[in-house]
Design a protein around this ligand. Sequence first.
Ligand code: SAM
Length: 329
Amino acid sequence: MRAVTAPPSVDALQRPVHDLRISVTDRCNFRCVYCMPRDAFGPDHAFLPRDEILTFEEITRLVRAFVTLGVRKVRLTGGEPLIRRDLDRLVGMLSPIPGIEDLSLTTNGSLLTDRAEALAVAGLHRVTVSLDALDDPTFTRMNDARFPVARVLEGILAAETAGLGPVKINMVVKRGWNEAAVLPMARFFRGTGRVLRFIEYMDVGSTNGWRLDDVVPASEILATISAEFPARRYRYADGMGEIGIIASVSQPFCGDCVRARISADGKLYTCLFAVAGHDLRALIRSGASDEAMEVALRRIWLARDDRYSEERSAQTVQLTKVEMSYIGG
Ligand code: SAM
């Protein structure tokens, strides 16, 4: 039971490590304009070769090691995590690990209808589904994969039926693309028990051509919603549920960031906006013991001093940061 009782590790800014996001693949069946634009992720794009991607056994070992540092929440993501074959087998390996209190998945929902039941049986607790609009013209323009809204909604229902609720819905708002979908989304999900979260478009990666002008700030999103449904921050005034706004551009929250990320090829990133990671795959494949791995992870976390969003400037925006599809959203 050492895993659960060890003192949590805190970084150079006194932040513990509590959440771990694991990207299980850098591939996706969508080409969302703000994440994997088709001109950068076309047929010639070099995705990670299979032998460079962590196996389920390697991921499980890393998660066990992270739990000894204090991790309690684990989220599987990508790329599109449901593209990874037999993902429910990985869920079944992670769910029994003592100390994990929350095991979740972020998905575009496209493959959820057929997979929700197996994931729930394997021990997944809940899912977050990304959906950027309720009308097909806007949604297909955003996902650039001709994927219709109805099939994502079907996936959400399947997740709820399988017991993977309450489902959170992530909507990235990009100026000129889908801000007109904010109110229809709020209307649709209000009072359903599903928590709709609006996400400010972020300068993750380097291929999406991010500009500050493309960001619809949280204050504007909240004002749009409040005009029809009075909402104090994050809760409708009439009790019809919650919304969330992830304002990492206009109101950075680095001081509260307790999140580590592992890319599909086993690099540890201590910030979503990082330019480089720590090679955990090399460590595992060199035959490191569990103790050696824990020591290495602790050393990395203790030295962590990232606070990119608080330091964002014209210069930092130009950095060659790793892509969201690779590091895991
Ligand atoms: N494919 C899965 C999905 O669609 O949810 C998981 C990976 S995706 C990278 C995770 C989340 O990151 C999605 O909700 C997506 O909309 C969001 N995302 C991607 N690029 C973003 C950006 N530049 N700014 C804000 N959110 C972004």
